[in-house]
Structures are given as C-alpha cells and as structure tokens.
Design a binder for this molecule. Structure first.
Ligand code: BTN
Length: 242
C-alpha cells in the first residue's frame, strides 16, 4: 500500500487530487491528522479537529465511465458500515447516497470527486471522514444530528486500527466489485440501507419531492415511487424520513 500522512492539510481530497495528477498508484491513501477546510457534499464543510477524527482519501484508477463512480462510493459506504458493525458491534446503516448512520445520527460521510476526460475516468478520489473519538461535548450543536464512535461504544477507539480494518474491507470489496460488478455490492448496500419501503423526502436545490424509497438502480441512483404510480430516478439530493 502506498500511503501519505500529513499532520495538517486543507482537505485530504484536494491533496489527493494533486498527487493523482502527478501520477500515483491505484489505491494510494492520503491521511491527515487535521483538516483546516474539510469538505462535505453539496458545498458543505466537514468539521475536522485534530486527534479525534479519521480523515483520509483513497486514490482509485479503475477503468470505468463517470456513471459508474457512484457504485464505488457505495462500495465504500458498505465497507464502513460493515467494519463498524463487525469491529464495534454498533448497528451502522447506510443512508443514500453515502452517509453512515448509527441510531439515527451521522457518524461518517463520504465525498467522491473525479477527473474525467471524454467518457473515461482518469482517477477517483474517495474521501472518507469518520467521527471517532469526539466526545458529546465536542460535537456541540451537531449532537442532535451527529454522533461519534466513542459516543456509541463508550471508550476511546484506536484510529490506526480502525483505518487498517477498514482499508482491508475496502480492498476486499473493491476487488469483488472489479470481478463481479455492482450486483453483490448493491445487494449488501440495500441490506444495510435506511428507509427502503418508507416515505421519504428528497430535497434538491430548488425543489422537494415526497414519495416511497423503492430501490437504487444499477448505477446507485435513487428510485422514488410517487402516489400516482410514476417513478423518478435521482442522482443527487438529500433524503430524509418523512
Ligand atoms: C459529507 O458527509 O458530506 C461528506 C464528508 C466527507 C469528509 C471527508 S474527510 C476526508 C476527505 N477530505 C475532505 O475534505 N472531505 C472528505
């Protein structure tokens, strides 16, 4: 494994993108103790204080089209949820598109970014942020919606060991995905998913839709069924339980 560790960076995703442009190996990991400008989906910030969280990005260079990138982020969510369940016995669930929740609160977020030309992906940067050892006080205002592994299990967790176990699981699932395609990953994701069969709202930038969360499609997009029997596929947005 090729890895880069930095004490402080703005965002491991940005650093990983620079390294990827210089040309590094598939599977290179960029890890930071602290981020001064951690990024989330939809232009949000990701709180990244030193000592408590795990912030890293994995550079991947699969032979895929841009449409297939969501499959890889879902593979990563499955890896995180499975690792948290197996190693800590917590009921981790995935929330579309790629958040990990425990007991109704967010513990991990994933931000995938890619560089593509024509219809070919040059590289993917898979950024993963996990709240590990934040105390409830550290979570502050976020406490209503976020949690940490420590808040769930009641002890300080080794971030190094968590990272090691998680990378092993990701490695296993990445190879499985390359060999068998998205189907097995999709099945695992659905088994871990929140709210399938429930009425949810999907918020886009301008509009909010309400309907039943029916499925995810072969690209990982969200399929919502409406009361009038029609269906719509969503490629981005925020889902909440209605
Ligand atoms: C989200 O929930 O919206 C995604 C959060 C992703 C956070 C991780 S931390 C490591 C990597 N570097 C970043 O700047 N963001 C991701």
């Amino acid at each position: 494994l090729n890895s880069h560790y930095v004490k402080l960076t703005s965002s491991t995703n940005d650093l990983a993108k620079e390294l990827a442009k210089e040309g590094v190996k598939d599977g290179t990991v960029v890890l930071a103790e602290e981020q001064s400008a951690g990024k989330g989906r939809l232009g949000r910030a990701w709180q990244s204080p030193g000592r408590s969280g795990l912030y890293f990005s994995v550079i991947l260079k699969p032979e895929v089209s841009p449409m297939e990138v969501t499959q890889i982020t879902m593979m990563a969510s499955v890896a995180v949820a499975k690792t948290l369940e197996r190693a800590f016995g917590v009921p981790a669930r995935v929330k579309w598109p790629n958040d990990i929740y425990i007991q109704g609160r967010k513990v991990c977020g994933i931000l995938a970014e890619m560089a593509a030309e024509a219809d070919k992906v040059r590289f993917i940067v898979l950024g993963i942020g996990i709240n590990v050892n934040q105390s409830i006080e550290d979570l502050g205002m976020l406490e209503q919606t976020a949690t940490s592994l420590r808040a769930q299990v009641g002890y300080i967790v080794s971030r190094a060991e968590l990272l090691k176990t998680l990378l092993e699981e990701m490695d296993y699932l990445y190879i499985k995905w390359q060999q068998e395609g998205f189907d097995p990953i999709k099945k695992m994701w659905k088994d871990l998913a929140l709210w399938i069969g429930h009425t949810v709202t999907v918020s886009g930038l301008q509009k909010t839709w309400a309907g039943e969360m029916v499925d995810i499609d072969e690209y990982g997009a969200l399929v919502i069924g409406f009361a009038d029997g029609t269906r719509q596929t969503f490629y981005s947005g925020d889902v909440s339980l209605r």
